[in-house]
Each structure stands twice: as structure tokens, then as C-alpha cells.
Ligand binder design. Structure first.
Ligand code: TXA
Ligand code: MG
Length: 320
């Protein structure tokens, strides 16, 4: 099916399409999602086919409000309740035991569903008007960089989806943090827009389990993911000088690097804020990927706050 993809701000149009089982690009505070009715398997199948996503990679379910979570999950552990009270709506996804009304296709057969309450006025208003939750992965082809603007979605998915709800550039810029609970332990499966420190302030110690494995809990955990097409290398992880610096792009934090041409450099936050850097990261990767440079170098960011999520995305982008 070929669509004349429209970018707009009309919630009624988005609603009508979703009710009819179509997919729609939606803004969230983290990245744009490719949404469909989570309770309609045929609609969910369209998400997998538009993204070229393998069926073993489960989808996050988005609900309008905190009180809607219990409609779709069997139980909410105490620590989860505390995290919900502190950080939802927001860039946090929880893995909780699903009710049977959530199709196995959504969870790839797992008995837990990933659920979150996005914080974006347009998408919240849309979810309020629907009588079903929205399954939505990031609105990019599988393995590529997540979109942080409606234009990014259009760039890659135009023709394949009917409508993109334009909510402007996203505030947070990296995907939600994914948290689960195993034998009384709080486990972080994907670093993201809510910092580990913020989670630990409420939940106590956490275990990071974001390594790749052949049976990933979260294929966002796959070693190579979030990747530009060009080769990306992280500076300072070894003593190698950048090769071919004249034809390479540079993603820096707050300082330029004289080894690269000025026009090929993007600084993510001249004021040195990891939060601002996270917001700008994916757009910078896309810009350099689309530019004339032959490869991309990036610095390592401070390992605190959202700096950890930035480094995680850069490492996965650097993995071949
Ligand atoms: O910020 C976000 O989380 C964005 C916006 C659109 O909400 N969504 C997003 O979705 O990043 P996606 O599909 O690109 O990444 C979701 C990750 C995947 O790595 C998936 O494997 C994992 O969440 N996931 C989803 N459901 C799961 C489940 N039931 N158990 C374990 N992991 C799950
Ligand atoms: Mg994704």
C-alpha cells in the first residue's frame, strides 16, 4: 500500500486513521513513535512491516494516564508504584506482567508488557480520545537512528504511512529508560531519557543489564543498533589518531576539535549540559550521515545523568 504521507497537527485525523487500523507517526517527549492500536493484531502487524522489524522484537504500549496502566497489567510491584508516582508521565518504560488482552504479537510472546505514559500534549490528547492503547516503537527502519522530528519520520517512512502528527522537535531526544523487576531487584534494561541516578533515588540500587545477548530482553540491547550508515568511531577509547580527519565528521560535547574541519563539526551543547546534548544527539548523527563526510568521530560524554545514555547509543552506533 502506497500513501501520500501528510504531516499535520490534526488529532481528529490521527484518531480516525488509528481507529481504522492504520499506523500513524506520533510525537513523544523522547523520540517519535510509529503507532497503531495495540489491541488489534492486524494493525500491529503493519508496524512490523513498515519498520522491517523482526517479530522477536516486542513493542512498547503507550497509555494516556497512569491510572490506565492497571487495565493492561496483572500486578504492579511496590517499587514500580513508587517509580510511577515519581516519573510518569515521562521517559520511563516499565516491564510488568501483561493481561491476556495484550496480544502476544505485541510482547513477542513474553509474559511481560513494556508500558509507558508519554508526556507530550498532542499525543496525550490523542490517547485520551482513543478507547485502546497505542503500540509504538521508534518510527525508524529497524536498526537505524530514532527520529526526533516529524521531518525525520517523513524522510524515512513517507509513502509507507498515511499521517505524521507533528509535535515539533522532541524534548528529551533519547528513548525512554526501560526498567523491570526480577526477584526483588530493580533492573535497567535500556539506559534512556530518565537517568539511572533519578531511578535509584526512588527505587534504591539498580542493576544494569544492557549488554547484548543472543536472546535480548530488549533488542535495543542488541550490540549494533541506533546506527548511522556511515562508520562511527568513538575518540579516546584507544590511542589511535583519527584517520582521514579532513573528510570526517565530528560530534563533540562543548569544545571543538582542531583536527577536524570546522564545517564538519557539531557540538551538542556549548554550555556543557548532558541533557541538552541528549536532545541534539540523533539529529547530529543524521545530519552527518547525510553530509559529504566519509565517517564520523564522536567524543565520550561524562558518565553521569543522561551522559550514560548518550555513551550507550554512541557505543552501539560504533559497533559493526
Ligand atoms: O522512548 C521510547 O521508548 C520510544 C517512544 C516512541 O515511546 N519507543 C521506543 O520503542 O524506543 P522501540 O521499539 O524502538 O524500543 C523499545 C525497546 C525494544 O528494545 C524492545 O525490545 C523493548 O523495548 N521491549 C518492548 N517490549 C518488551 C518486553 N515485553 N520485554 C522486554 N523488552 C521489551
Ligand atoms: Mg527503536
Amino acid at each position: 500500500m502506497w500513501y501520500d504521507t501528510i504531516i499535520g497537527t490534526d488529532i481528529a485525523v490521527a484518531k480516525d486513521l488509528l481507529v481504522r487500523g492504520e499506523t500513524v507517526g506520533i510525537p513523544t517527549e523522547t523520540v517519535y513513535g510509529l503507532a497503531a492500536n495495540a489491541l488489534n493484531e492486524e494493525a500491529v502487524l503493519k508496524i512490523f512491516s513498515v519498520k522491517n522489524r523482526p517479530h522477536f522484537d516486542p513493542l512498547i504500549v503507550h497509555v494516556a494516564e497512569v491510572k490506565d496502566i492497571e487495565k493492561y497489567v496483572e500486578e504492579i510491584p511496590g517499587t514500580a508504584l513508587k517509580l510511577i508516582a515519581a516519573y510518569m508521565p515521562g521517559p520511563l518504560t516499565l516491564l510488568l506482567k501483561k493481561k491476556s488482552m495484550i496480544p502476544d504479537l505485541v510482547t513477542s510472546g513474553l509474559d511481560q508488557v513494556a508500558i509507558r505514559v508519554p508526556q507530550h500534549s498532542l499525543t496525550s490528547a490523542l490517547l485520551q480520545q482513543l478507547d485502546f492503547p497505542l503500540a509504538a516503537p521508534s518510527a525508524n527502519p529497524f536498526g537505524y537512528i530514532s527520529p526526533t522530528s516529524a521531518y525525520h519520520v517523513y524522510d524515512q517512512l513517507h509513502g509507507r504511512i498515511p499521517y505524521i502528527l507533528d509535535g515539533g522537535p522532541t524534548e528529551v531526544g533519547v528513548e525512554s529508560t526501560i526498567v523491570g523487576f526480577e526477584n526483588g531487584e530493580t533492573v535497567i534494561y535500556r539506559l534512556g531519557g530518565l537517568a539511572q541516578e533519578d531511578i535509584e533515588r526512588i527505587a534504591g540500587a539498580t542493576r544494569l543489564q544492557t549488554n547484548n545477548s543472543s536472546q535480548p530482553h530488549s533488542p535495543g540491547m542488541l550490540k549494533s543498533h541506533y546506527a548511522p550508515r556511515k562508520k562511527l568511531r568513538i575518540l579516546g577509547t584507544d590511542s589511535r589518531e583519527p584517520e582521514n580527519a579532513d573528510h570526517a565528521g565530528f560530534i563533540g560535547f562543548d569544545k571543538a576539535d582542531v583536527r577536524f574541519k570546522a564545517e564538519n563539526q557539531i557540538l551538542l551543547s556549548v554550555k556543557g549540559s548532558v541533557k541538552e546534548a541528549a536532545k541534539n544527539l540523533f539529529a547530529a548523527m543524521r545530519l552527518l550521515d547525510a553530509s559529504q563526510v566519509e565517517m564520523i568521530y564522536a567524543v565520550q560524554f561524562p558518565e553521569n545523568g543522561l551522559g550514560k545514555a548518550i555513551n550507550d547509543r554512541l557505543r552501539r552506533a560504533a559497533t559493526e
